[in-house]
Design a protein around this ligand. Structure first.
Ligand SMILES: [Zn+2]
Length: 283
């Protein structure tokens, strides 16, 4: 991707280099509410909830200097976040809405969020409670090593997916999905979550379409990287990697093929109105 020398977002909260935590986070959120708030890319929801609900003892706050490589990845994330701001300001303005920019927290190992305690194992997530995207850059390395999703556009796709959840929050879709999940079975709740996740993939595609139109940031091979990332982080692929088999009822992100399909749809059309995954007869 052609990203160097471009504007960086002022909404990055860099907590890397800080270890330890100030205080334990209380639980109190219901499992479903927590699942809906913590929208993950590529984590096992149950494992994540355990992580979020089991805060470790308070440790010493320590800081260390970032390496050159870490600083460069941080700059890249800043540029991509700025791109999402430019695109979503424009798109929502056309819809007569104002875009409220989210913050993006970079952390290493563990950090606090309004949605609970986050660890690297959590994977990237969006918390509607504080309107922040949380990313441990270790996940990018894992994507590369364990899921075979390589390249900077694959990372951009992850950021755009999480920002997509923020857009869903602003549009009220997240609230509606949360209501649909009240009092239904776990399987039914999962079906709602899959539609929410696929729509975030669609919105990541819409972002890529307009980012390309406005800034021409993509190079040859970038789309393939994004497609590869979309398919690499599908629930079926992750479950095969982690457990050696697939458990359809536990899917919360959709299969690789479904994620790829919705990302491509957003990428080709750039049209937000084509992304109603809740009304779609077929995913
Ligand atoms: Zn997600």
């Amino acid at each position: 991707m052609l990203w160097k020398g471009r504007r960086q977002s002022a909404n990055i909260e860099d907590r890397r280099g800080m270890t330890g935590r100030k205080a334990a986070v209380g639980g109190g959120l219901g499992a479903i509410a927590l699942t809906i708030i913590i929208l993950l890319l590529g984590g096992n929801p149950e494992e994540v909830m355990q992580n979020l609900q089991a805060p470790q003892a308070a440790g010493q706050e320590q800081t260390r200097a970032l390496t050159d490589e870490e600083r460069e990845v941080g700059d890249f994330v800043g540029v991509i976040l700025a791109d999402t701001e430019d695109v979503w300001h424009q798109i929502l303005q056309q819809e007569g809405m104002q875009y409220r920019e989210p913050k993006l927290v970079l952390f290493s190992q563990a950090t606090d969020s309004a949605c609970g305690f986050a660890q690297s194992a959590t994977g990237p997530f969006y918390c509607s409670g504080d309107e922040k995207v949380y990313i441990d850059l270790e996940f990018f390395t894992q994507m590369q090593q364990r899921l075979g999703a390589r390249g900077d556009f694959a990372w951009a796709y992850v950021i755009a997916h999480e920002v997509g959840h923020h857009v869903q929050n602003l549009l009220g879709v997240m609230q509606q999905a949360n209501e649909r999940m009240q009092g239904v079975s776990q399987q039914e709740a999962n079906r709602v979550l899959v539609r929410l996740e696929l729509q975030a993939d669609f919105l990541a595609g819409v972002w890529a379409h307009h980012a390309q139109r406005l800034k021409g940031l993509m190079e040859e091979g970038d789309i393939e990287e994004g497609m590869n990332a979309a398919s690499a982080v599908g629930d079926d692929r992750i479950m095969k990697q982690q457990q050696g088999y697939v458990v359809p009822d536990a899917f919360t992100h959709g299969t690789s093929a479904q994620r790829l399909r919705w990302f491509s749809k957003g990428l080709k059309s750039g049209d937000m109105r084509q992304g109603d995954t809740f009304a779609a007869a077929e995913l």
